[in-house]
Design a protein around this ligand. Sequence first.
Ligand code: HEM
Length: 460
Amino acid sequence: MASTTGPTTPNASFASLSEQLSVPKLRTPSWVQTAQFLTRPDLFLERNWQRYGDVFRASIKGFGTGRHVVVSDPRYVEQLFKASPKDVRLGEVAKRPLVPIAGPSSLLVLDQPEHLRHRKLLLPHFHGQRMLAYTDIVRDATERSIRQWPADQPFALRPHMANITLEVILRAVFGVEHGSRYEELRRQLIRIIDDNLPVVLALVFPALRRDFGPIRSWSTLQDAKARVDAILYDEIARRRRPDAPTGQADILSMLIDARDADGDGLTDEELRDELITMLLAGHETTGSSLAWTFDLLLHHPAILHRLRDELAAGETGYLDAVVTEALRVRPVVVTSQRILTAPQTFDGFEIEAGTTVLASIWVVNRRPDLYEDPAAFKPERFLGQRPATYEWIPFGGGVRRCIGANFAPMEMREVIKHVVLSTELTAATPDLEKPHNRIVLVTPRNGTMVTFAGRRREHA
Ligand code: HEM
């Protein structure tokens, strides 16, 4: 993999002296920037990077502190991810949109020292070897999904992938088997995370947190949340009983037993918040990443054939490369944000405290100086080669790196393997999907339209 050397700002050599003295700044009004960021954040990041370079100022309303700096060079991203948690925070700003759903003790909104304490309790349950225990769950969920695909007519694959990933995370976290409790939890979670613009706006702008006549989305959210909470608290209480079975492999059981250095565990409220965080953060992200991967595979038949041949021969190296490359070229989360509580210097520019710094995942993953032909889907680039830490950042980095960064690729590998080996699936559209911003994720605009021509004979 190429490394970043020297100044990489595309237009650095043309920058005037005055531009070099202050951070380049977007000239469009804040509301235009906000609209562009909310509709096509990928284009917002890429075009402004091409125009303004590796460090530029922006102003996006309702997002972070409202005063932004976007950094797109791996060196600055590394600096940001490695900065002392005393100097960069997140929780305070993430609280406003996230607490109404995820609660005040969610990893997503905590800052030091509680953030570190929760991470230490959670992370051991997401390490490499542990992931092997979940592969059967993934295979089962995939098989159940395939049985529901309509034959010989185009359909959107993304919702089916999201169903698989919801089932997987529910079962991995709770060990819940199918039954009325599981179905109710699933139904209510879908009500919470449905692609619902009024709710998204209300989370960003608290003044909108009420019903407007017939638009009752806020009370619907409250109702769904209350039902989810009731099930989660009941599930926690059952696991805490002295006669509860021991040695369970699900994440909730293990979290209940987890203790910090002082011998303290998580309270019921903390457990509830972390459970819902995992369910919400782990489901649409992975489902949409799978939808992108199939969009890429089905539009690149040679890659698909090679993958199928290698899987049939029991080889998994190419599958790993496919997943790594899909997460590079189509990251569903396109920025990672931090709030500065102390000034930081990027590229010689001092950025003041109170600024929301956005690490541009989209641009870093697709830089031409790091990746040849960066917009192309070429799994070969990762064959036998792992990406460099700060040059491939679909899961962010540092002390806030995604805790599902092992779980999600494991899940993607298993789903892809099973679908590729056991189904005849073709693209239903001639071109690759365009990106579309769905709540906070960049997903395929039409949900990856495919046609299912039945099971492959050897696996029918
Ligand atoms: C392909 C799937 C996924 C992608 C692309 C993804 C991406 C991300 C990103 C970019 C972040 C922010 C990291 C940062 O700011 O440095 C994050 C955080 C997080 N993710 Fe994921 N994620 C995925 C799957 C999952 C799964 C399966 C889980 C649950 C098990 C999960 C749980 C979390 C949590 C709890 C955080 C907050 C971590 C913290 O603040 O300490 N994610 N994820």
